[in-house]
Design a protein around this ligand. Structure first.
Ligand SMILES: *Cc1c(COP(=O)(O)O)cnc(C)c1O
Length: 610
């Protein structure tokens, strides 16, 4: 059983620039805790009861740790500026008397890495991972037994590359003694050698087994890129894995969608008053990044509200239209909902009805605009009509709006972050979306992306609402970086993580993933003899209205329950007379899940047709 850990922590961390001016790298904080303390907690949990830290740069900061953790002993390397990690390690030899785990101070990693190392049968084990391509990696060459042969940051130094060094190594006491003997000779020529150099030095003498872990979440923090990767990508995975997986339900309803565990766990943060500057920065990040998905933040802005998606649509309709008319295109339940809002707010609105399962007739729409009584200032349209999955051609309608100097309002709730949108090119003035559909975040944040100049032009309009007043919410945010009323704090933390994950996947790739699930669905239902409402060429590939199976044994609720008990949630049709049920293919779901769904659907249909 390994009881001792040794941490080399003398380095300057100079590539982190101003972040390490007042603290050593190990004291950079993630989740309000220095990374060295994340490491210490894991070591203690794994039964380590003696931790020797080799210090140098700002050693007094490490000394403070000994007050909190009696298990820690710090040993100072006076020559830390001119020596390397091996000299620091060598300086600890009087404090080490048994096998130990050797770590670097600037690592974040899953606890599992320690478990594997400590429980490993072999005495000397170098932990490694598949290549991360994170920059500055140390490559490892092994022999046919996976024992260490060579290591280098330069690929060309090696005959072959087997893995990447993590920086967590188990060493027997005898191997350590050999390293020290080897180093004593080496120091005469090169006082600044790394411990890796000494490992390679003794590798002819000692079997240093390289244990390669696939899919370990870990990261070394050497520069700003590493740091961003650590905070945004790696740490959330470590946190989610260590908290344990949450039961995965596959939501095939059109949002809230299935989320990743990293998004779920991003909500677990220390309590914070949302009026704090720190929280303002979270909202500013969210606002800017949402804008960037579809527009230039210099020209457009994102206004956040606590509320479901409808709040954003209502905010626009209630706030930006003055006396002139708004044309509202109604070809489904969400277009109809906009008409209801216009009614409630007493707007001068003109309802343009269009078939629910076919493209908008642009000529007829143009004639409608031309023949309308009075000036039309705005036109409102749903992008992906979630009722049916009909994708409205907002680009073409945008052209029309441009021609007639009409500002276009788009409800992009179920298309945003999947179907590519370009606000400027499509001539969109205001767009509404929410956190819980293709963004794959939690429900509770809705937002408006607006052309700043157009928004500025609304400040004179007499307000019809308070909470949802768009200009007031915008203006307040510009001045204070705060929402006017209490924001959904934890939902916003989840949204931040969801945005990071959306950017990492890329909107185009996300839509490709969704489309593949959709193709699987469409082919699957066709094979089972079912059809869907909207023709393929006008389909959003996001949500599908499927015509209900015929026969008196069919019952939607029963079918829903059949699926629900098997981990899948489906959705009823929106317009009663259509006789459809709906299946969405958004969220953290792949075509594999859709194959499973089709398989279950087949079982269900067999059951009712018996
Ligand atoms: C989901 C959705 C909304 C908003 O619905 P909420 O229940 O308020 O979140 C609005 N429009 C469309 C097109 C939608 O798909």
């Amino acid at each position: 059983m390994i009881r001792t850990a040794v941490i080399v922590a003398a380095g300057l961390g100079s590539r982190m620039c101003e972040r390490t001016v007042d603290r050593p790298k190990g004291f950079l904080e993630i989740d309000n805790k220095p990374i060295i303390e994340h490491s210490i907690s894991k070591l203690l949990e794994m039964g380590i009861d003696k931790i020797v830290i080799g210090t140098g740069y700002l050693s007094e900061v490490y000394e403070q740790l000994t007050l909190k953790y009696p298990q820690i002993k710090c040993v100072y390397n006076q020559k830390y500026q001119s020596t390397g990690s091996m000299y620091t390690l060598y300086g600890l030899r009087d404090h080490i008397c048994e096998d130990f785990v050797l770590l670097e101070s600037d690592l974040i990693y899953e606890k599992n890495a320690l478990r594997i190392l400590i429980e490993h049968q072999k005495a000397d084990v170098v932990l490694a991972s598949e290549l991360t391509y994170s920059g500055d990696e140390v490559f490892i060459e092994t022999d046919e037994n996976y024992d260490l042969v060579n290591m280098s940051k330069r690929q060309e130094d090696l005959n072959s590359i087997y893995a990447e060094l993590i920086g967590i190594t188990k060493l027997s006491y005898s191997a350590f003694q050999k390293m020290c003997t080897y180093a004593e000779m080496a120091f005469e020529v090169k006082p600044n050698i790394d411990y890796e150099y000494a490992l390679v030095g003794i590798s002819k003498d000692v079997d240093l087994y390289v244990h390669k872990l696939n899919d370990l979440a870990w990261c070394e923090v050497d520069d700003e890129n590493h740091w961003n990767r650590a905070v945004d990508a790696v740490y959330p995975i470590i946190k989610a894995r260590e908290m344990g997986p949450v039961k995965r339900n596959i939501l095939l309803n059109p949002g809230p969608a299935t989320t990743t565990d990293t998004v779920k766990y991003a909500q677990i943060v220390p309590d914070i008053c949302p009026r704090e500057k720190e929280f303002g920065q979270v909202m500013e990040f969210i606002s800017t990044e949402l804008t960037k998905c579809i527009a230039d933040p210099n020209e457009y802005t994102t206004v956040l509200f606590g509320g479901s998606g409808t709040a954003a649509v209502e905010s626009i309709l209630g706030s930006v239209i003055d006396q002139d008319a708004v044309v509202i295109i109604n070809n489904g339940a969400y277009g109809k909902r906009m008409c209801q809002m216009a009614e409630v707010y007493g707007l001068n609105y003109l309802e343009y009805k269009s078939p629910i399962a076919d493209a908008i007739d642009l000529e007829a729409l143009e004639a409608f605009i031309q023949n309308s009584f009075g000036k039309v200032s705005h036109l409102a349209i749903v992008h992906n009509e979630t009722t049916t999955g009909l994708l409205n051609d907002i680009e073409a309608v945008g052209e029309l709006c441009k021609k007639y100097h009409i500002m276009m309002i788009v409800d992009a709730m179920s298309s945003f972050a999947a179907i590519p949108i370009d606000m400027k090119q499509m001539n969109i003035s205001y767009l509404a979306a929410s956190s819980n559909k293709n963004l794959q975040g939690m429900a509770g944040v809705s937002f408006v992306i607006a052309h700043k100049d157009h928004l500025e032009g609304t400040r004179q309009i007499k307000p019809r609402n308070l909470y949802l007043h768009l200009y007031a919410q915008y203006h307040h945010f510009v001045i204070t970086k705060q929402m006017r009323f209490t924001p959904p704090v934890q939902t916003l933390y989840a949204l931040k993580q969801a945005i990071i994950e959306t950017k990492r996947e890329g909107i185009t790739n996300r839509y490709e993933r969704y489309s593949k699930s959709w193709e699987t669905l469409i082919e699957g239902i066709a094979q089972l003899g079912l059809t869907h409402l909207v023709p393929k060429n006008h389909h959003s590939k996001i949500i599908t209205s499927i015509i209900e199976p015929s026969g008196s044994n069919y019952d939607f609720d029963e079918m829903h329950n059949f699926f629900y008990s098997r981990g899948f949630t489906i959705y009823p049709g929106k317009l009663d007379k259509l006789n459809t049920f709906r299946v969405a293919n958004i969220g953290d779901v792949t075509y594999k899940d859709m194959e499973e769904f089709i398989h279950l659907l087949e079982q269900y249909l067999k059951r009712i047709n018996r």
